[in-house]
Design a protein around this ligand. Structure first.
Ligand SMILES: [Zn+2]
Ligand SMILES: [Zn+2]
Ligand SMILES: [Zn+2]
Length: 947
C-alpha cells in the first residue's frame, strides 16, 4: 500500500553512505590527514597534557611488511590514539633496525661472490645502507596506509650517526664499570654465516645425527671392581651424537649420586650407570652380558662421585689424558650416564670444566673445519668428519654401537643450517660480575608492569637462566666494538678518553669513519697502550650484536631526542611475545647495566598471527595474509577492527573468512552511525536539545544511562589496554541500540512533527550517542570516525572552531552530557526498572514471533497484547504507563493484569490502521484531519503552520 502521507514524514537524510568503499576512500583521507598534519595537530592540541611515551621497537628493514607487523603497529596506534583522545601528549617516533647480518647477506647474494670479493668495506657498507633505506621506505608506506599516526618523516634509523654514537655511550659506561669482558667461551656458531649467534638467533628443528656408543680406555681397573674379580682392561662407555667433538674431549662427566656398575660383554669391562644397562644392551645388541657382582651375587655398584679422578686415554688424541668428573647436568634418561665432555663445544661442558679445571680444547676453525689439533681428522668439515671418525673408532675396536637418531637441534635463524657450539674469543656482557642479573631480576619483579601479568615470569626466567651475553659479531654491517688493540703487545686499549673520542667521531661522521680513518686521526695523543706505551693502535674488527644496537634505543632515541618530547624511561614498550628473548631483554640489560633502571615503565606483548586453524603462516602452506591485499579488499578499518576484536596477548588467527566476519561487524557499527546521522540532519544541539533530564521519555532516560555506562566501560578498557573489551562494549551497544531503541524510536522520529518535543527528545539522545560513539571508536576506526565526523548534521558541522578530525575531538565525558544525568541513585533505579521492563519485552517479543508464525498477525503493529505479570511487575509497568509499553513493543494496545507468572497473549487489535503512521489507533482525534490518528493530525497541523 502506497502511503500518500510519505512526504509528510521525517525520513532519514544523510551523506553518509551505506557502502563504505574503504579501499577507495581511505587513501584520499590519508592524503587529507597528511596535508592537515594530523599527527602535529594532535600533539599541538595535547601539548600541555601529561606525556605518554610508547617507544617503538624497530622492525628489521628487510622485505615488505607482513601481517604480524601490521598487527603490532595497529595495536600501538590504538594505544597512542586512545591516550591522545584522553588528552595525553603522545609523540611517537617510529624506528627501523637497519644493521646486521640479514641485510649484509642479501647484498652479498645480490653481488655474487666475485664482485663481493673485489669490494672494500666502505663500499659494502654503502650498499647495505642503500638496501636498508629502500625497505625503510617500502615499510613506511605500508604502515602509513594502515592509518598509523607517527613522525614518519623523522623516524629513527640505527645507521644514523647520532644513533650509532649512543651505542658507544652505553658500551663506555658498562665497559668502564667492568661489565664487559673478552673471553674464550663456547657459543653458537654458524660456519655458513661465519658468525657467532645470540640465543635469540637460534631456532630449533629436527635433524638426523649419528648416535654412537664409544669405549674410553681407563688407565687402571678401578679397585672396587678388581676386588670382585674383574680383570684386564677397563673402559668407561660414553654416548654422543656429535662424533666431531671427540677430538676436543677432555673429560667424562658422571651423575654424582647415581649408581654405576661394570658390565661384561663381548669380552670388555665397561662402566656405565646401572639404570641404563638394559637399554644399552639392547642398543648394542649384546646377546650375553653380566654385571661384576660380589660374593653374594649382588651387582657391585659405586656412586659417580667416587669414580671421580680416574683417568683415561682420550678417544682420538691418544697422546692426551682425560679424567672422570661429575656434574648435575648428567641425567639418566638416555645414553649411558657417562657424558663425553668437551668444554670448547658445550655450555654445560664449559661450566663443569671450569669447576674441575679441565682444559678448553678447540680444534675447529671459523669455517667449521677441524684443525691440526684434531689429529688424523685435520682439514675435514664437522659434517664430513662424523662418518670418518665413526669408521676410525670401529677400526680401533672402541665403537660399541651406532645408529642414526632424529632429534631437535639448534639451527641458524638466517641460513637455517645446523649450528655448532664452539669456543672463540668474543666480547661478553657479564651477567654476574656487577650483579646485572640480580638487578635486572629485581627490576623485572618490582619496577615494571607487565601486560599480561604472567609475562613477568617469562622474561624473569629467561634472565635468570641466560648465560653471559655474547655481543660481538664477525661481520661488516654494524657498529664496531669501540675498543683498540696495541699493535705491539696486543693489549686492549679502551679508556674514558678513547671512548669519548669515538663517541664524537661517530656522532659527527657515523661509524663508517671507523673503517676509513686511522685511530691517530681522531684519538687524542694521550691515548696509548697502558702496558707498553705504544701509540700504534688498531681498531677492533668485530661489530656489535644487532640486539645490542636496537637495545640501546633508550639512549639513542629516548635520551638523544628528548627535545622532541620523548622521555626516558618510556611509559610503554609493545612488541611480539618473542621479544622477551630479544628487544625487551637487550633494552633492559643495557639500560640496567648503564643507568641502573629499566628503560620502560610497562611492557605489553602481543602474540603471533596464525591462520584460521592456528597454524603458522608459510609460503608452502599458502595460508599467508598479505596486508596489501587486505587493504585492497577490505580496507584498513576492517583490519583495525579485527585487531581490536582479538585477545592480542595470545597467538591470533586471521584469514579471509575471519575478515569477512569482521566486515559484518563493521557494517553493523557503520549502519548504527548511518541511522544516527540520518535522523539528526535537522537537529541543532543548541537550539533543539532537551536540556532537562526529566523532560526525556523514560526509555530515552534509560538509554542515556546506558550510554554513560558505555563511556565508562570503554574508558576503563582503553586504560587497561583491553581493546577487545572496547570492541565488545561498542559492538554490543550498537547491536542493542539498533535492535531495541532505534526500532522503538522510529515512530517518534518519522511521524511526529519535526519540532515536537517527543521527537526532539529522541534526537537529543541520538545526538549524545553520536557524540560519544564517534569519539570512542576514533582510535580504532580512525577512517570511519572521520567520515562520520564530516557527515555530521549541518548545524554541528558548520559550527565555528570545530576541529577537522574526530581524532581532535577529545574524550566524551559523561559530565558533558546534555541533559545532565541525575544522581547515581536515580540512575540505578532506571537500570533496575528497565532490567524488569526488558525481561517483559523478551516475553512479548517471543509471543509476537509465535503469533506471526501461526499467522495470527502479520506485523506487530496489529497486535493487542494481554500481559499477565506478578503484582510488583504489573505495578512497575503501570507506573511507566501503557503508551510507553505500546511504543516499546511496537504494538497497537497493551493490557496488564496481575497474575502468578509473567506471560503475554497476542490477539488482533480492533480498530483501523492510521494511513500515515500505520499504527492501529483511534482515527479522527484531530477534527481537521479526520482520516488519521490524533498524533498524526497534530503533526500535519504543525507542518501546515510551518509552511
Ligand atoms: Zn647461518
Ligand atoms: Zn702495548
Ligand atoms: Zn498516525
Amino acid at each position: 500500500m502506497a502511503n500518500s502521507y510519505k512526504d509528510t514524514m521525517n525520513l532519514p537524510q544523510t551523506d553518509f553512505s551505506m557502502r563504505a568503499n574503504l579501499p577507495q576512500n581511505e587513501p584520499k583521507r590519508l592524503e587529507k590527514w597528511a596535508q592537515e598534519d594530523i599527527y602535529g595537530k594532535v600533539l599541538e592540541k595535547n601539548k600541555d597534557g601529561k606525556p605518554f611515551i610508547l617507544h617503538d621497537g624497530p622492525p628489521y628493514a628487510n622485505g615488505p611488511i607482513h601481517i604480524g607487523h601490521s598487527f603490532n603497529k595497529i595495536l600501538k596506534d590504538f594505544v597512542n590514539k586512545s591516550h591522545a583522545q584522553r588528552g595525553f601528549y603522545t609523540p611517537y617516533i617510529p624506528g627501523w633496525d637497519c644493521h646486521g647480518q640479514p641485510i649484509e647477506h642479501m647484498v652479498e647474494v645480490t653481488l655474487g661472490p666475485e664482485k663481493m670479493a673485489a669490494i672494500d668495506q666502505p663500499t659494502l657498507r654503502r650498499l647495505c645502507r642503500e638496501w636498508a633505506k629502500r625497505y625503510v621506505n617500502i615499510q613506511r608506506e605500508g604502515f602509513k596506509r594502515l592509518g598509523v599516526n607517527g613522525d614518519w618523516e623523522h623516524p629513527y634509523l640505527t645507521f644514523t650517526p647520532n644513533y650509532e654514537s649512543g651505542n658507544v655511550e652505553v658500551f663506555k659506561d658498562m665497559y668502564l664499570q667492568g661489565s664487559i669482558y673478552r673471553g674464550r667461551k663456547p657459543i653458537h656458531w654458524c660456519s655458513n654465516c661465519h658468525t657467532a649467534l645470540a640465543e635469540a638467533e637460534i631456532e630449533y628443528s629436527d635433524e638426523v645425527s649419528p648416535s654412537i656408543f664409544v669405549n674410553f680406555k681407563l688407565d687402571v681397573m678401578p679397585g672396587i671392581f678388581e676386588a670382585n674379580g674383574a680383570e684386564g682392561a677397563a673402559y668407561v662407555l660414553i654416548w654422543t651424537t656429535t662424533p666431531w667433538t671427540l677430538p676436543a674431549n677432555a673429560a667424562v662427566s658422571l651423575a654424582p649420586d647415581a649408581a654405576y656398575v661394570m658390565v661384561q660383554a663381548e669380552g670388555k669391562n665397561m662402566i656405565m650407570a646401572k639404570d641404563l644397562v638394559e637399554q644399552v644392551a639392547q642398543e648394542a645388541g649384546w646377546a650375553d652380558w653380566a654385571l661384576v657382582s660380589d660374593a653374594e651375587g649382588n651387582p657391585v655398584t659405586v656412586a659417580g662421585k667416587q669414580l671421580c679422578g680416574l683417568t683415561y686415554t682420550c678417544p682420538i688424541r691418544q697422546d692426551l689424558q682425560g679424567s672422570l668428573i661429575y656434574g648435575d647436568h648428567v641425567t639418566l634418561d638416555t645414553g649411558t650416564g657417562a657424558v663425553h665432555t668437551a668444554p670448547g663445544h658445550g655450555q654445560d661442558d664449559y661450566l663443569v670444566g671450569l669447576e674441575f679445571d679441565i682444559p678448553v680444547r678447540m680444534p675447529v676453525d671459523d669455517n667449521g673445519v677441524l684443525t691440526a689439533e684434531a689429529g688424523p681428522f685435520e682439514g675435514l668439515s664437522t659434517d664430513d668428519a662424523n662418518p670418518k671418525i665413526i669408521e676410525w673408532l670401529r677400526e680401533q675396536g672402541t665403537l660399541v654401537a651406532e645408529k642414526k637418531i632424529n632429534h631437535s637441534y639448534p639451527h641458524c635463524w638466517r641460513c637455517h643450517k645446523p649450528v655448532i657450539f664452539r669456543a672463540t674469543e668474543q666480547w661478553f656482557v657479564s651477567m654476574d660480575e656487577n650483579a646485572l642479573r640480580e638487578d635486572a631480576l629485581r627490576i623485572i619483579n618490582t619496577d615494571v608492569e607487565w601486560v599480561p601479568a604472567w609475562a613477568k615470569n617469562r622474561i624473569g626466567s629467561m634472565v635468570a637462566d641466560r648465560p653471559d651475553w655474547c655481543i660481538s659479531r664477525q661481520r661488516s654491517w654494524g657498529v664496531p666494538i669501540p675498543v683498540f688493540r696495541c699493535e705491539k703487545c696486543g693489549e686492549v686499549v679502551a679508556t674514558e678518553e678513547s671512548f669519548d673520542a669515538v663517541i664524537k667521531l661517530f656522532d659527527q661522521e657515523g661509524a663508517d669513519a671507523w673503517f676509513t680513518k686511522k685511530p691517530s686521526e681522531y684519538l687524542p695523543r694521550t691515548v696509548c697502550c697502558e702496558k707498553c706505551g705504544s701509540h700504534d693502535l688498531v681498531p677492533e674488527k668485530d661489530i656489535l650484536d644487532v640486539w645490542w644496537e636496537s637495545g640501546v634505543s633508550h639512549t639513542s632515541v629516548l635520551k638523544h631526542r628528548a627535545a622532541e618530547g620523548v622521555h626516558f624511561p618510556a611509559d610503554l614498550y609493545l612488541e611480539g611475545s618473542d621479544q622477551h628473548r630479544g628487544w625487551f631483554q637487550s633494552s633492559l640489560l643495557t639500560s640496567v647495566g648503564c643507568y641502573g633502571v629499566a628503560p620502560y615503565k610497562s611492557v605489553m606483548h602481543c602474540g603471533f598471527t596464525m591462520d584460521e586453524q592456528g597454524r603458522k603462516m608459510s609460503k608452502s602452506l599458502g595460508n599467508g595474509v598479505d596486508p596489501e591485499e587486505v587493504m585492497s579488499t577490505f580496507g584498513a578499518d576492517v583490519l583495525r577492527l579485527w585487531v581490536s576484536s582479538v585477545d592480542y596477548s595470545q597467538d591470533v588467527s586471521i584469514s579471509d573468512n575471519i575478515l569477512k566476519q569482521v566486515s559484518d561487524a563493521y557494517r553493523r557499527i557503520r549502519n548504527t552511525f548511518r541511522f544516527l546521522l540520518g535522523n539528526l540532519d535537522d537537529f541543532d544541539f543548541e537550539r533543539d536539545a532537551v536540556t532537562n533530564f526529566d523532560d526525556l521519555e523514560p526509555f530515552d532516560r534509560y538509554v542515556m544511562v546506558q550510554l554513560a555506562d558505555l563511556v565508562k566501560e570503554v574508558e576503563n578498557a582503553y586504560e587497561t589496554y583491553r581493546f577487545n573489551g572496547v570492541y565488545r562494549a561498542i559492538y554490543d551497544f550498537a547491536n542493542e541500540l539498533s535492535a531495541v531503541y532505534m526500532d522503538e524510536a522510529k515512530d517518534r522520529l518519522y511521524a511526529e512533527a519535526p519540532n515536537s518535543p517527543r521527537r526532539r527528545a529522541v534526537q537529543t539522545v541520538l545526538m549524545n550517542v553520536l557524540e560519544a560513539l564517534v569519539r570512542l571508536v576514533a582510535p580504532i576506526l580512525s577512517f570511519t570516525a572521520d567520515e562520520v565526523w564530516e557527515c555530521y548534521p549541518p548545524a554541528e558541522r558548520n559550527r565555528e572552531g570545530r576541529p577537522f578530525s574526530a581524532q581532535l575531538a577529545g574524550w566524551p565525558h559523561v559530565r558533558d552530557f546534555v541533559p545532565a544525568l541525575p544522581d547515581a541513585q536515580a540512575q540505578e533505579q532506571l537500570r533496575a526498572d528497565f532490567a524488569q521492563i526488558m525481561a517483559v519485552r523478551d516475553v512479548v517479543t517471543k509471543a509476537l514471533e509465535d503469533a506471526r508464525t501461526a499467522k495470527v498477525i502479520n506485523k506487530s503493529q496489529e497486535a493487542a497484547i494481554a500481559l499477565t505479570a506478578p503484582a510488583d511487575v504489573a505495578q512497575l509497568l503501570e507506573r511507566y504507563g501503557l503508551p510507553m509499553l505500546e511504543e516499546l513493543f511496537i504494538v497497537a494496545t497493551v493490557r496488564v493484569e496481575e497474575g502468578d507468572q509473567l506471560s503475554a497473549a497476542v490477539s488482533v487489535a480492533e480498530g483501523e490502521k492510521c494511513p500515515r503512521c500505520w499504527n492501529i489507533r483511534a482515527l479522527g482525534g484531530n477534527p481537521s484531519h479526520p482520516d488519521v490518528c490524533e498524533r498524526c493530525g497534530d503533526a500535519l497541523d504543525a507542518l501546515e503552520a510551518a509552511e
